[in-house]
Write a new protein. Structure first.
Lengths: 382, 278
């Protein structure tokens, strides 16, 4: 059986996967297919079950219910060393008593591979650290350790590479650089990468497909652009970037568009971007999709009048406004500083407008605070 | 506009203030000197008197000689006693280290029924007065019709050394990141290979430390040994018995040698550690 498992290749299929600790469901009835060769991200706040999912795939936790298939092989109960899956651990977990060379050679030697030296040298060149082969892990910087941890995993050419918050311990600048590098390496070696992170920017930069997880379930899955432009739930709308969610009522149809009433003002939005189930809905607009102009100037598209500027923050590339609307809600508006017009002042009476196509509609029963209370930048240890 | 520039007076610090400032800066150093003096006077005394041309009693300084160092077995029985102590120490250390390490892994790594009570019980021999342990062991041996001697002494030493081994090794295991073992399993090492290639090498310094501790505990144990060794003479027993009529200078030679041996082990260990870290 172990020989079957270790040579398994293909898509990763999780079927009705559940992991229960006491009466807490860390992962709740999760069904998911990760296609071979993709860069897949599991994104969610601390405690959403993404790390537990990863550990079950690695074989370090056993699912309470459900199965894990790699291609046609069931690997649900096989031991970690019987799976063609390698992991880049959160704090790298390099073996402190072994040299960098021996760390990378560890997996090759256990599998009885012949040309260990050749393969280790090759992967050291790939991560551009061939001069560190004889050092010990503690003598390396965080960024170097990160690359060695990656090299130690990919040298085995696993069917699946798991990355558990791989960049969490690096500073911002190095993290950006490693994001680009990881993506490049993934294309270079052509392996399936499954990446777990709480950092939405990291997920969006690297992954082809993102699954947003919350409370042990998948909220929404899709390409970064899909998730950002057309979120289906308030949690996704708030966890990936910022959103303005305005309570409204669907009044009727106008061809492919819906006519929506927002506190007495009519707007329109494409039908296929609405995820409402009845008449009540939340209209969602990203802050950078809004245009802002002084009351009285002509506008295009959807328009909301009667706002006044509550706060102005000039942050270089853009100016961020907080606009107070007649119904008491405060909306976020980001304006690019590209038109040479001086920013508006606090207290100015303004109109906001946007293209109807940028509107998305959420179910009217959604908790519009979902996903806002978690700070995605905060490092977490699950 | 002119201004008369005066030389600023050089501030003088009163003598008393200077004394107290010097003292404040050096108080830790002075304390350290006193501390080490206190600790090492007995060792220095032992070392100095190993060069005493003592004759019968090594209590009063007579004259300097190398003879004791040239012939450390010169006094009757001293090397026989030393040999017994080393043999017992070696056997007790081996058994105690193996058993203690296994217990430490069981308690430190696994969940089982009675784990916390085992954890507590393992401390008991350390907390029980040796005189009680020694006396009850003797009555136990006699109950089973085993005569005091070499093997009963070894068994007694294994018993009290195990606790110290468990405590030392357990501390090392506790500081071991479980992610390292998971990483090994993830990299195709099965349970045995993981233990051999990752767990054991990382816990080894703790095991070595525990073995050294066990040996030194066994080597100089007197109370428990005295109950259970019968007519067998060990080094501490020899010193104790001869104290009544004057300890031969050869005992000082052996004592000093043990001290320098231990010192060498510590220094070499430290040097190796520093070189590895570089």
């Amino acid at each position: 059986m172990s020989n079957d498992a270790i040579s398994a290749r293909g898509d990763l299929r999780l079927t009705r996967l559940t992991k229960t600790y006491g009466d807490f469901n860390a992962v709740d009835d999760l069904t998911l297919t990760i296609p071979k060769g993709s860069f897949f991200a599991l994104l969610g706040p601390s405690g959403c079950g993404k790390t537990t999912t990863l550990r079950m795939v690695a074989g370090l936790e056993e699912p309470t219910v459900g199965s894990i298939h790699l291609g046609d092989t069931d690997i649900t109960t096989t031991r970690p060393y019987q799976r063609p899956i390698n992991t880049v651990f959160q704090n790298y977990a390099l073996f402190p008593h072994l040299s960098i060379f021996e760390n990378i050679a560890f997996g090759l030697r256990r599998r009885g591979v012949k040309d260990v030296k050749e393969q280790v040298d090759k992967v050291l060149n790939l991560v551009e650290l061939p001069h560190l082969a004889s050092r010990k892990p503690t003598q390396l910087s965080g960024g170097q350790q990160q690359r060695i941890a990656l090299a130690r995993a990919i040298v085995n050419r696993p069917a699946l590479l798991l990355l558990d918050e791989p960049l969490g311990a690096l500073d911002l600048k190095l993290r950006r650089q490693m994001q680009i590098e990881l993506k490049w390496i993934q294309r270079e070696v052509g392996l399936t990468f499954v990446h777990v992170t709480h950092d939405q920017e990291e997920a969006m930069t690297m992954a082809d497909t993102i699954a947003v997880m919350n409370e042990g379930r998948i909220e929404q899955m899709g390409s970064p652009a899909d998730l950002y432009d057309n979120p289906e739930t308030a949690f996704v709308a708030n966890f990936l970037g910022q959103s303005n969610l305005i309570k409204g009522k669907i009044e009727g149809n106008d061809g492919d568009n819906l006519v929506v009433d927002l506190f007495g003002q009519k707007i329109s939005m494409p039908k296929n971007r609405s995820h409402a189930v009845d008449n009540s809905l939340y209209a969602g607009i990203r802050p950078e999709k809004f245009r802002i102009s002084l009351t009285g100037t002509p506008t295009r598209g959807n328009t909301l009048t009667g706002g006044h500027i509550e706060d102005v923050s000039y942050i270089g590339v853009s100016t961020q406004y907080v606009v107070s609307m007649p119904w008491g809600q405060e909306l976020m508006v980001f304006e690019q500083n590209d038109d040479g017009v001086a920013p508006f002042d606090k207290g100015d009476e303004v109109v906001i407008s946007w293209e109807p196509n940028f509107t998305f509609g959420l179910h009217g029963d959604e908790d519009i605070e979902a996903g806002t209370e978690v700070n995605p930048e905060e490092p977490v240890n699950e | 506009m002119t201004r008369v520039v005066q030389d600023a007076p050089i501030p003088t610090i009163p003598f008393n203030a200077r004394i107290s400032r010097w003292f404040g800066r050096n108080v830790l150093r002075i304390y350290m000197i006193f501390g080490f003096t206190y600790l090492f006077i007995p060792v220095a005394y032992t070392f100095v008197f190993s060069f005493n041309d003592a004759g019968k009693s090594n209590l009063i300084w007579q004259s300097f000689t190398f003879r004791n160092w040239q012939n450390p077995c010169g006094a009757p029985e001293v090397c026989n006693a030393l040999g017994n102590s080393i043999k017992i120490g070696f056997l007790a250390t081996t058994f105690a280290t193996i058993l203690g390490t296994m217990i430490a892994f069981a308690i430190g790594r696994y969940q089982f029924k009675g784990r916390s009570s085992s954890n507590l019980l393992i401390f008991l021999p350390m907390a029980t007065p040796e005189i009680v342990l020694g006396a009850s062991l003797l009555s136990l041996f006699l109950l089973f019709k085993i005569n005091p001697g070499f093997w009963p002494t070894v068994i007694a030493h294994v018993m009290f050394c195990i606790s110290f081994v468990v405590v030392t090794v357990k501390a090392r295991i506790a500081s071991l990141d479980p992610k390292l073992e998971q990483a090994a399993m993830d990299l195709y090492a099965n349970e045995f290979e993981t233990f051999r290639r990752v767990t054991l090498p990382l816990v080894a310094p703790g095991i070595a430390g525990a073995a050294l501790l066990a040996f030194s505990l066994s080597f100089d144990d007197f109370i428990i040994t005295n109950f259970n060794s019968g007519t067998l003479i060990t080094f501490p027993k020899f010193v104790y018995v001869s104290a009544a009529r004057g300890i031969p200078a050869q005992a000082n030679v052996i004592g000093s040698s043990m001290f320098f041996l231990a010192l060498t082990i510590v220094v070499v260990g430290q040097l190796v550690k520093e070189r590895k870290a570089r």
